[in-house]
Design a protein around this ligand. Structure first.
Ligand code: G4P
Length: 525
């Protein structure tokens, strides 16, 4: 057992939300607590501005800036906290899904007036699939909000997870008085005139103490009633149920006013899981193992054609990562060492000598890595849990300049390794199909192929609903299916069989006719 002390003090997590619920604001306030930034506004460049939603160049530029804030590390109460940033723009949802493969837990931010919104539901599906522990932060309590009990019901129903309030708001909107911290049993008063204060905290051993009225007036009786109801309705908070992702603790506050954030953070470092074991095809890897292992979950390319370098983000899963040490790049069998691995402390990037499980290391890459690659001290491990999801939009990609077909092939291959989009090749036609989550990626790909690889492409429409990976224990049936659907069969980039379903109806028919075939919506099964 190695590095136990360092491992146990690490908390690596992601903050997710529907755009505008307050993810950026909350991130910033957490960094302020950690002393990682000195002033509010420092993380703003991280956010893709609303005005830029149709201007993908601007989005890419801002994403470029956000390399430094992709991972924000800081120290808090003797814990090393790593926040992994996730793009808010839904066209980059695939990036977010992948980042969620590298976190040990998640904080979900919900707008108290809007409740659960579509993007939150999608992200929660990914958390559920991976059984990731989540804490919910209900934000913007300083604005008129939904009824608190209704909101909790909505979270339970829409996010399909049990909830357990660990703080409780006293009124909301202009009447918002503060929160009662159920986890530590104290009252934290909100003072709207004292923005950015930490709130005034009052210890309360007995909620029935008449002194409560002195602080929150008529709201005291309602609070007592609510707390009684909570104890009756929700079972006692249990850290195991939270870590097993059965129950999500819920906190209330206002990130903008830095209110309720400290309560969230203090509880988070207490209960959130340290670096978890990670599944590989071969075996389960434990953080405490002596030997280093890690996997690439994100690749960030430099858009500048003069510096076509990339940063591969590696999550350390076990052992200790060391600078200038030989490691095995498992996929290509090469031994590599890294002279300038970087770590990210808030917006500062610095070269590090070592890193522990839970940490993220940035490695300078000239095209050796693709998403999902493993680095080890020699063992051939293949990390699981980095599935591709069926894209939602599809186009044929064609070469627009026959003189540059090599450049085009190389460009497409590298962009796919980065995870910008997915590539499928038709069995019969051998035509190449690009699949993406958002419409913007098509423009990004076209632009980058031209500017970084000197290759031009054009797109042609294709009627396609989903790409579905197929498998079967019955070889004969699989062959029969492929023969029968030959025109609609393709290979993904790894050569796996994919059925191109052009409508939900066609998919249903295929499923009904071939019960021996398994249809998979993600590439990992
Ligand atoms: P996001 O990253 O989830 O997209 O959300 P972000 O933090 O950027 O917050 C979205 C908007 O909501 C911002 O206002 C932000 O100031 C506001 N906000 C965040 N937390 C609270 C809160 O607790 N109370 C209130 N009332 N507002 C909150 P904006 O006008 O869009 O941006 P900005 O001009 O303030 O930067």
């Amino acid at each position: 057992m190695a590095n136990t002390k360092e491992i146990n003090r690490r908390r690596t997590f992601g903050i997710v939300s529907h755009p505008d619920a307050g993810k950026t604001t909350l991130t910033e306030k957490l960094l302020l607590f950690g002393g990682a930034i000195q002033e509010a506004g420092a993380v703003k460049s991280n956010k893709i501005k609303k005005s830029a939603t149709s201007d993908w160049m601007e989005i890419e530029r801002q994403r470029g800036i956000s390399v430094a804030t992709s991972v924000m590390g800081f120290e808090y109460n003797n814990h090393k906290i790593n926040i992994l940033d996730t793009p808010g723009h839904q066209d980059f949802a695939e990036d977010t899904f992948r980042t969620l493969t590298a976190v040990d837990s998640v904080i979900i931010v919900i707008d108290a007036a809007k409740g659960v919104e579509p993007q939150t539901k999608k992200l929660m599906q990914v958390c559920r699939m991976r059984k990731t522990a989540v804490i919910v932060f209900v934000n913007k309590m300083d604005r008129p909000s939904k009824d608190t009990f209704d909101l909790l019901d909505e979270i339970e129903n829409e996010l399909e997870i049990g909830v357990r309030p660990l703080s409780w708001p006293i009124n909301n909107g202009p009447e918002f008085k503060g929160v009662y911290n159920i986890y530590t049993d104290n009252l934290v008063l909100f003072n709207a005139n004292e923005k950015l204060s930490n709130g005034n905290s009052v210890e309360f051993t007995d909620i029935n103490d008449p002194e409560l009225e002195e602080y929150i007036g008529d709201d005291a009786s309602q609070l007592r009633e609510d707390l009684e109801l909570i104890e009756g309705v929700y079972s006692e908070f249990n850290i195991d149920s939270y870590r097993k992702a059965d129950i999500a603790p819920v906190f209330f506050g206002s990130a903008l006013n830095n209110f309720g954030v400290k309560e969230l953070l203090d509880c988070f470092v207490d209960i959130a899981p340290p670096p978890l074991p990670v599944e590989t095809e071969e075996r389960k890897v434990m953080a405490e193992e002596d030997k280093f292992s890690g996997f690439v979950f994100k690749i960030h390319a430099n858009m500048d054609p003069n510096h076509r370098d990339r940063i591969a983000f590696v999550k350390v899963c076990s052992g200790k990562f060391k600078r200038n040490t030989n490691y095995l790049h498992v996929r290509n069998g090469k031994t590599m060492k890294f002279s300038s691995p970087t770590a990210f402390m808030a917006s500062k990037k610095s070269i590090i000598d070592e890193a522990y499980p839970g940490d993220i290391v940035g490695l300078h890459d000239t095209g050796n890595f693709k998403i999902g690659d493993s680095l080890t001290e020699g063992e051939k491990l293949h990390f699981k849990g980095l599935p591709s999801f069926s894209p939602e939009l599809f186009k044929y990609i064609e070469n627009a300049n026959p003189m540059k077909s090599k450049q085009l092939a190389k460009g497409i291959e590298q962009l796919m390794d980065e995870g910008v989009a997915q590539l499928f090749t038709g069995r019969a036609s051998t035509r190449k199909i690009i699949g993406t989550v958002g419409a913007l990626q098509f423009e990004v790909i076209q632009y980058r192929l031209l500017h970084e690889y000197g290759a031009s492409c054009r797109y042609e429409a294709i009627k396609l609903y989903k790409t579905v990976w197929i498998t079967s224990d019955n070889e004969g049936k699989l062959k029969e299916f492929i023969d029968r659907k030959y025109q609609q069969m393709a290979f993904d980039k790894e050569g796996r069989d994919v059925f191109l379903a052009d409508s939900p109806y066609a998919l249903q028919i295929a499923q009904d006719k071939f019960p021996e075939i398994q249809f998979h919506y993600t590439s990992e099964f």
